[in-house]
Write a protein that binds this ligand. Structure first.
Ligand SMILES: [Zn+2]
Length: 253
């Protein structure tokens, strides 16, 4: 069949791109094992959700950043939520987006592989818009139900990378999420911690890495007290004891 020249070129380019895509999606086989393929598999599911603010000025600017090359290298996230509540998906749930970078949460050392990343259009200094929070709650309901991610496994970028990151920041409404059942949050009466209580063990049990203790405390304070203090007070010990006790009872929920 004759095709106009430009159409041929388009088809050839499409074919080449399809071949390239096929090559890049083939899993590399382990040379130390004999390959005996099975058809009985599907995509892995994320086990945790990481929340971010974009620290940019518009959702259009962030869509460009999350889909482009960028001077500091490509970045992405699975979802971006605008101030008006619009939810954009940029990467499939089963694929590894590039939003978390270096860091650790509990025993998870590669957060990009283990997580769904959600960016919130916010300049880092303003309150989060109500339609945006409502859409986030709707998306969290969808993800935790459909992908079976435990509802408490919702953290901030700063929680897993306290030395490098500050988002989603002290203005993020963690208590609002907790009221809907998302994230780890103090429950019931805050009693005095037991004798010999070690707040560092508690922070570690919750998930914080302690390589940089002042940064870990700042991330914790940002999340649970809404400030960026780097020292723990008596109320922190009560909160940490409460959170650690919840973690000990339900480590994966
Ligand atoms: Zn971030």
């Amino acid at each position: 069949m004759h095709l106009p020249r430009h159409r041929c070129c388009t088809l050839a380019a499409t074919f080449a791109l399809a071949l390239l895509a096929a090559c890049t999606t083939v899993q590399r086989r382990n040379p130390i094992a004999t390959w005996v393929p099975s058809a009985n598999f599907d995509q892995r599911h994320a086990v945790i959700i990481v929340l971010h603010y974009t620290q940019q000025h518009s959702v259009e600017e962030s869509l460009s950043t999350l889909r482009g090359e960028n001077s500091t290298g490509p970045v992405s996230a699975h979802y971006l939520i605008g101030k008006d509540g619009r939810i954009f998906q940029l990467v499939p749930d089963g694929a590894r987006a590039w939003h978390a970078g270096n860091g650790r949460w509990g025993t998870i050392t590669d957060l990009n592989s283990a997580s769904i990343g959600i960016e919130l259009d916010n300049d880092g200094a303003s309150d989060f818009a109500e339609p945006q929070v409502e859409s986030l709650l709707r998306l969290l309901d969808d993800l935790t139900t459909r992908l079976m991610i435990p509802k408490t496994q919702v953290i901030g970028h700063a929680d897993m990378a306290p030395s490098r990151k500050q988002d989603p920041g002290p203005r993020f409404p963690w208590s609002r999420l907790a009221a809907a059942g998302y994230g780890l949050w103090p429950r019931g009466e805050l009693g005095e911690p037991p004798a010999g209580f070690d707040p560092w063990l508690a922070l570690s049990a919750i998930g914080y890495a302690l390589d940089d203790r002042p940064a870990a405390v700042r991330a914790y304070r940002e999340h649970y007290r809404g400030d960026r203090a780097t020292a723990l007070d008596a109320q922190d010990l009560r909160i940490l004891a409460n959170l650690a006790a919840q973690r000990a009872k339900r480590p994966t929920q």
